[in-house]
Design a protein. Structure first.
Lengths: 188, 188, 188, 188, 188, 188
């Protein structure tokens, strides 16, 4: 798995969630996780989560840390499982890295990370004809969010460092999953 | 996903890791997680982890809490991802449930759970022609283990309650993953 | 499998045959069969059957009983097989339920149901990136159909009851197929 | 799909249900349905239906008409759907062909065919590593069956003709399903 | 596999690379290879090769011999492997058929065919929701090509004969691959 | 893809064709091609080619250059396509490398390589529950072969060099196929 932190800031509006985003826009070829900072505002036209569409949910924030994962030739079940693992890895990392939690615990619930009733993150996993894709984003600030949120600022963490550490950890997890499929004998 | 705690104690020797174990031995039909208590001792004939086979590893313990997960019609990649999620769920639960950790953190590394250098668990994910299967087991005592281990006794936790809570949590995760594959629009 | 009879009448014009129709338009999540009454008129833009496109076939009727089946994460072969099973179930049910057949037999031929040369139904099975989908519709009246047709009026059957009975029967078949994939030992 | 009626009579004992049976034993290559007459008696060692195993069911008959279907590179869901379609085709054919039904209707229920409470057939669908396989058999006589049965003798039908007609009809269905997967435009 | 040489000349502009092209435009149903002569000029809107898009490559020629292969229900890996086999078959055929090579050897490198630094062909393999598709084209003349090229004129070969011979050879290869998947016993 | 030339000579008797051979016997993990020199003699028990079994073919040779390819999580169609590509790569390489061909051409026909009626190689592609596997072997001498053969001795080529060059070329092809599945936009 390749990783890339994209230096340039730009907003996420849902149009980034298409196959080969990392390759065509950032020359990252193959299974990948890329990340950048920017606002978030997703129009209903580019909202793929049916639950959000039914609720006509507002999904936005003034500054978020975005991740897009793409893995080729897998089914959506695998894509959602990877999304959950990313959330789990993020929770563990943030818990250990933040000095601002004062004994409280971040909690992962499905693809969400919470501190009590404050929501840190948004995420969706979907399928293109050639790959499965995950968008995962966590608030850098709480400005412009439509619900009660937690942010990396609250956690006193640097977005860039969080991004690079999480991508490295997810790459390690993904690579080790692939290896685990290649070293086991089948059963009857 | 169905869950079952099997009251009867019996040892795990590797022969349980075959398709339809839950159905043929315990009448649990469909995707399932079943659990029981018993010794662990896996002969090389029934060891499926190639890494363990190459190392001629001893895998055993006098009393462990065993889980077998079976999910039909999925690839091994999904099976390994589910195994990792189970380990993550177990870590989060044990961390929150144990009064004996004294501020220390359990750490998940791949499919393993550690407290410092003490290993709580063993696990393997494999494939049958009709399903993917996971064996996951955590020490109830440290007796009879060939390496430095952690046990549920150290964590002052009741195996039966741990078993039922973890199966309920994993069932919730699995069911929500399935739902997540049925409520998202595809992308191009 | 979920079932829903949609009370509101509306025409089928081909645009309903897209992934998540049942969920996004009618809040029915997961594998499903939904049904409603309405006219049928499919433009060439939304016609997916290549055979009809090549023949520039007119596909219409003033009032039909529509069904849309969606099953996730299956290949098109399975989708077509399910379509044929639905036609078979419909034939068996209509044969038994109708008092107007006077000893004559309805015949299923592929995805069509006939009484002699009178065609009761139209159908197509196709694939979205996340699911397989079937549209199946039977004439409620013979008005507005471009060929010699049979209708539920001819069979003296109430569309609403036919709809609910068929959906219940198809749900039973689908659920039992899934079970049948989870209770059999593989062979060599 | 190839079809073959095997002239030689021989018993079915479960060992025939393995991949390439038609090719290695009867030189029929590719997707196939083959058929023969013979006794039926399946030992628990070669019984693959978990439900029968749990019930320790006796599966036997003194003379049955056997069919083995093999289709390569499909999932078990497709295999079970094909099994159900075969049962549906058999029901329709026998209903139309038999002069002995006196206005009564044969009923298909899943993979079984009944006349009232008399069972005509047994069947199982399973998976080999390279194919899905179906065994379907109907009683030629009621001798030696452990339950209340119906037979082709009761229906006054010639087994050889039933076999060849059913294989021709199933071949037509299978071939048309394959065609139906190759002439439809995908949807979004 | 069906083959068709399309008599009418028409340009390839990338819009031909969609599912069911052979069926909807030329009534060729099922896995197929079709071929025709015509100019080549692909706009960026219809260019699917990400590498070409990143390089903003010009892909054109005044007259080329085009092939479109479509195979249903396969993954993209298979599609690319078939593309490479087609290139290999073309190389072998052209080497043997041309009297103009004077002891020099054509070389296949991935999906390209070269004579020294002169490029004979262009190709791409991609995926539709129902099939994998390959476009392969070789220069009939060197006119209008943006790089140093080789053409069938250089090789003193008749495009129509090349087309029909290559389609026959590829059909033989494809059909024998399918057979090879249906006559082998699985291993453990 | 990993490559390994195994220094130690040992006979191929068919038992080597099982999943994880490269990993469990030679510590090569992941998709791989491994090669060694040794006699060949395959008993009917370990013969997987149904055609050979039907013909009761003798498959043997006193000294051959063996290759085993294993690729995980692919279907058998891909496995056979890779086998054909390996044969094509071998043909091209041997043609260019041998000084003994005197203007004659080696010909690939399916998975075989011939010089006129002399057969250089044997091969089979099959499926394990976790991978596809190919055995490909070419005669080092013509001793002990049951048919008219060609050998690397005839071609005046060193087996070890042939082995390492072919593995390097096949690795390049395989790796580039994987890349080609990750850089193309899907079509409709």
């Amino acid at each position: 798995m390749k990783t890339l932190f994209i230096e340039k800031k730009f907003p996420y509006d849902g149009t980034q969630l298409h196959s080969l985003f990392a390759y065509l826009d950032h020359k990252v070829l193959g299974p990948s996780i890329v990340s950048w900072q920017g606002a978030c505002s997703i129009s209903f036209d580019h909202m793929v989560d049916g639950e959000d569409l039914l609720e006509q949910a507002e999904i936005k924030g003034d500054e978020m840390l975005h991740f897009i994962i793409e893995v080729f030739d897998r089914d959506l079940f695998s894509g959602v499982a990877l999304q959950r693992l990313f959330a789990s890895i993020a929770r563990d990392y943030l818990q250990a890295a933040s000095s601002a939690l004062a004994g409280k615990s971040l909690v992962r619930d499905g693809d969400d990370i919470y501190l009590d009733d404050r929501k840190l993150s948004i995420s969706i996993a979907t399928k293109s004809p050639v790959s499965v894709m995950v968008h995962f984003a966590m608030n850098i600030t709480n400005d412009g969010t439509p619900v009660k949120t937690l942010s990396l600022q609250d956690l006193k963490l640097d977005p860039r460092k969080v991004s690079e550490d999480l991508m490295a950890k997810f790459k390690k997890e993904y690579d080790s999953i692939v290896v685990a499929t290649q070293k086991v004998r089948p059963v009857s």
